[in-house]
Design a protein around this ligand. Structure first.
Ligand code: HEC
Length: 134
């Protein structure tokens, strides 16, 4: 029975090949998992793009198609003087709740408190001279 050692050897080679592939896959998984999760402003930027830019413009400067229709127009967020708390409030409760235009939606109906916090942090980055009062 000479073929047995030969069979064992080829089996061994196949197994080694497989295990190195598994090891390589494992390594890639680890690399993926070790990537830092997106920061608040990165998450906020994503929410802004999907939910806010339609009115406030992609750059938050109030330049959008809807700005030509809505009266008053959506605010230019790059010059907003609101404090973080005021931004949080108008985003959460909507314009009408703070005596502003009802066309600014009530975002607590759509977004989680975390999503609101992230988007407010992102809006803070839009104005280089933002009001940093909490
Ligand atoms: C349907 C249009 C619309 C959408 C969508 C919208 N807004 Fe507004 N927003 C407005 C309007 C209109 C105003 C101005 C209200 C006024 O002047 O009375 C406003 C005002 C604001 C203000 C007040 C700024 C200031 O300095 O006075 C903030 C902050 C704001 N929006 C943030 C957001 C964020 C963040 C989102 C997305 C989660 C968003 N808005 C989505 C229409 C919109």
């Amino acid at each position: 029975m000479k073929f047995l050692p030969a069979l064992c050897r080829s089996l061994l080679i196949v197994l080694m090949g497989l295990s190195s592939q598994v090891w390589a896959a494992d390594k890639t998984d680890k690399a993926d998992n070790s990537e830092a999760p997106p920061s608040a402003t990165v998450r906020g930027a994503r929410t802004f793009m999907y939910r806010c830019s339609v009115c406030h413009g992609l750059h938050g400067d109030g330049k959008s198609d809807l700005a030509n229709i809505l009266k008053p127009p959506p605010a230019n967020l790059t010059i907003s003087k609101l404090t973080i708390a005021q931004k949080r409030q108008i985003v959460t409760e909507g314009g009408a709740a703070v005596g502003r235009s009802p066309n600014m939606p009530v975002w607590k109906l759509e977004l989680s408190p975390q999503e609101i916090e992230d988007v407010v942090q992102y809006v803070q980055t839009l104005n280089p001279n933002n009001n940093t009062d909490k």
